[in-house]
Design a protein around this ligand. Structure first.
Ligand code: IMP
Ligand code: MG
Length: 204
């Protein structure tokens, strides 16, 4: 493989978006940045320390909810030195838009094996609560020993379903955010920070 030139690397360092047909940087679509990469990683250090201590005597199985938790999962789990097992669950509830559809579609035929295990569910964000509540109820029917929930973000709002998280990265106001795994119409997941999208971007 040909190594990338410095110039090409520089170009790749600029994360670009083509919504509306125009090539612009993804950061330019943000109204403001809530958490930069450094803030996120420092908080993950704290979360990982807490989870590692809580599960030091138990065999932990992490179930990451895709696609939103992908980047969070990768950074958090590498900070936890326990011999944990990892499984993923792919669901859809937003169908690309801003509001939950209220319906959670499981893309997998066979759910992960959770019987007798200590489960930690990982998701990007707790919003209406529909997704995590539905998954939790579904997994509970398969007799896990325990289930806890860990989210990177928790919106402060009235939820449609009664569910809370045991581990939370950051509490945020009830506004639509993207980056660090979170998407709008499947874009912006690869932004290294988390920010609020400009209103114009969502209406075009
Ligand atoms: P809930 O079922 O409403 O709690 O949210 C479930 C999913 O909706 C999350 O896992 C995210 O993928 C997505 N979601 C909720 N709020 C946001 C947001 O502000 N930005 C991007 N995705 C979001
Ligand atoms: Mg989404």
């Amino acid at each position: 493989m040909t190594p990338l030139s410095a110039a090409t690397n520089q170009h790749f360092g600029r994360t670009e978006s083509s919504i509306g047909g125009k090539q612009i940087t993804m950061e330019a679509d943000l109204e403001r940045i809530l958490f930069d990469e450094g803030m996120i990683l420092r908080r993950l250090d704290e979360l990982a320390t807490q989870i590692s201590s809580d599960y030091r005597d138990r065999e932990l199985t992490v179930i990451a909810i895709l696609n939103g938790s992908l980047i969070f999962m990768a950074d958090l789990l590498r900070r936890i030195p326990l011999p944990l097992k990892l499984d993923c669950l792919s669901v859809a509830s937003y169908h690309g838009g801003l509001q939950t559809s209220g319906e959670v579609i499981f893309r997998q035929v066979a759910p992960p094996d959770v019987a007798g295990r200590h489960i930690l569910l990982l998701d990007d964000i707790l919003d209406s609560g529909v997704t995590l509540n539905t998954i939790r109820e579904r997994l509970e029917t398969a007799s896990p020993r325990s289930i806890r929930v860990c989210v990177l973000l928790r919106k402060i709002k009235q939820r449609m379903r009664a569910i809370d998280a045991d581990y939370v990265g950051f509490d945020i106001a009830d506004e639509f955010v993207v980056g660090y795994g979170l998407d709008y119409m499947e874009r912006y997941r690869n932004l290294s920070c988390i920010g609020v999208l400009r209103k114009e971007v969502m209406s075009r």
